[in-house]
Design a protein around this ligand. Structure first.
Ligand SMILES: Cc1cc2nc3c(=O)[nH]c(=O)nc-3n(C[C@H](O)[C@H](O)[C@H](O)COP(=O)(O)OP(=O)(O)OC[C@H]3O[C@@H](n4cnc5c(N)ncnc54)[C@H](O)[C@@H]3O)c2cc1C
Length: 471
């Protein structure tokens, strides 16, 4: 595999790419893979020091079926296409699926009255594996649920995935096909004169076409490309509480509320790593960067979690975090294609982007095929990512695992060293945590940060200094 270039590499500066993708969230990573498989010479331009520097680093990790997506919408179509492709390629990329199923729970008669309509819409959306259950029948599938449950819809095919390894796998496959990943490269300005001249903080990139996947900055990047933005990003914060692994036994399924117009609501669900999540909130804010957590909101999430699953009361909290959804002034995805300038914008991918990413990538390719670039598909190279989930044996369970560096999450030295020399190595400590789980457990790095700082010295673009708070 080719080493990653910096923009200062002569060969890189002089190169011309078929397509530049701006923004290395889950959508950008999926688009790079799809375009590289189509035979395009692709560059991924990211302002952060690693992939998943924006919305994609913090979500609920549900692979949605689309049962509650707006009927007839492009979002529904792309969730279904994305989910289908994820399921078909996951064995070859070593990606996981926790087959939890979900229960949409009604906690009073008013909510129960809405279930029939939700189930009907789900079936109309092509999700057939739905069943209306009484409270008792739903509790039989998940005994930890409160006795207050009135009724539920079982959506058997809603599942949980590892939200970090999937996009990493997409980009790794793209890189194996020759795609370039340019980090610490903020797009400042783009000019189209038959080719795109893209001025970034790491140098100028020339490309025949451009795809804007800048998430929370999608509208701003459209403006920097010289377009009048046709949408406005309105970040919507979601705060989460991560409960200790002891909670996992009580939450084998995704527990969804009856949704409102604004949000899918507070979810209680297992993670692929053996914890339990409670969240997210849905709070509009102007700030596109800072996603703070607030005691009051977290306490209310904990209280809500314990109302839903009483055994969660008093359960130790492992971590708290918040993510920002790249919402816009409407619910719909904001997708624009400008064939004259050979530009596509995949914007406003609000709250289903992890599920729809591969579908969005298929859609982007279809739009780009109309630009008249000459592309010929290539075979998918074999790529397998290491397993971080509890669904299969991990490295520490192998007889020759060697040193264990993070004892909370059982991350081995071998796993950490492999991540550091992988085709898409971490650029910062957050990226290392997302690739290995090191520092993500009960002690949040208290015991292993010093060792990790020593192991990563000179190897991360943004080093971890001992005493730093993990990002
Ligand atoms: C609280 C919450 C819960 C969610 N739960 C789920 C779920 O369960 N299932 C699901 O399917 N989806 C879920 N989502 C939605 C999903 O996370 C998003 O739809 C998805 O992450 C959007 O990805 P993106 O690639 O469009 O944007 P981002 O991840 O924001 O990526 C954009 C990238 O562009 C980069 N960038 C920005 N400006 C520039 C520039 N000028 N130059 C270069 N790079 C730039 C950023 O640094 C960033 O890395 C959830 C989201 C949140 C916040």
């Amino acid at each position: 595999m080719r080493p990653e270039p910096t923009a200062r590499d002569e060969s890189f500066d002089n190169g011309r790419f078929d397509i530049a993708v701006i923004g290395a969230g889950v959508v950008g990573c999926a688009v790079v893979r799809r375009l590289a498989l189509a035979g395009a010479k692709v560059v991924l331009i990211e302002k952060g020091s690693d992939i998943l520097s924006g919305a994609s680093k913090a979500n609920s990790a549900i692979l949605h079926t689309g049962f509650d997506a707006p009927p007839g919408s492009l979002e529904l179509e792309l969730i279904k296409a994305g989910r289908e492709e994820y399921l078909s390629l996951r064995p070859s990329l070593g990606l996981d699926l926790v087959k939890t199923g979900a229960l949409v729970c009604a906690w009073n008669d008013h909510e129960a009255e809405k279930l029939e309509a939700i189930a009907t819409q789900g079936r109309e959306n092509g999700v057939s594996n739905l069943a209306l259950l009484s409270g008792a029948a739903a509790r039989a599938t998940m005994p930890g649920l409160s006795e207050r449950l009135v009724a539920a819809i079982e959506v058997a095919d809603e599942h949980i995935i590892d939200p970090w390894t999937a996009p990493l796998a997409y980009l790794t496959q793209g890189v194996a096909l020759g795609a370039r990943f340019l980090r610490n490269a903020e797009l400042i300005e783009g000019r189209f004169d038959g080719d795109w001249r893209l001025a970034t903080t790491a140098g100028t990139v020339t490309a025949g076409a451009v795809v804007n996947t800048a998430g929370l900055y999608g509208d701003i990047v459209d403006g920097r490309l010289g377009f009048t933005p046709e949408f406005e990003i309105r970040p919507r914060k979601g705060q989460f509480v991560v409960l200790d692994k002891a909670a996992y036994a009580h939450v084998p399924r995704i527990v969804l509320p009856v949704p409102t117009e604004i949000t899918k609501g507070v979810v209680v669900c297992p993670t692929a790593f053996g914890n339990v999540l409670i969240g997210p909130t849905a709070e509009e804010q102007a700030d596109r960067v800072r996603a703070t957590v607030e005691t009051e909101a977290l306490e209310s999430l904990l209280a809500r979690g314990a109302q839903i699953v009483p055994a969660l009361a008093g359960m130790p909290v492992t971590a708290v975090y918040a993510g920002l959804r790249p919402a816009s002034e409407t619910k719909a995805y904001r997708i624009f294609c400008r064939p004259e300038q050979r530009a596509v914008t995949l914007g406003g991918i609000r709250s289903t982007g992890l599920s729809a990413a591969l579908g969005l990538a298929q859609h982007a390719l279809k739009l780009i095929e109309g630009f008249g670039l000459s592309l010929s598909p290539v075979a998918a190279p074999a790529v397998r990512l290491p397993n971080l989930t509890e669904t299969r044996p991990r490295d520490w369970q192998q007889p020759d695992h060697g040193e264990i560096v993070c004892h909370c999450e059982m991350a081995t030295r071998r796993e950490i060293e492999a991540a550091l020399i992988s085709p898409v190595p971490p650029g910062d400590f957050g990226g290392l945590r997302r690739r290995t789980r090191a520092g993500m457990g009960r002690c949040q790095g208290f015991y292993c940060n010093a060792r990790l700082a020593e192991m990563t010295r000179g190897k991360l673009r943004e080093p971890l200094a001992i005493g730093d708070e993990p990002s």
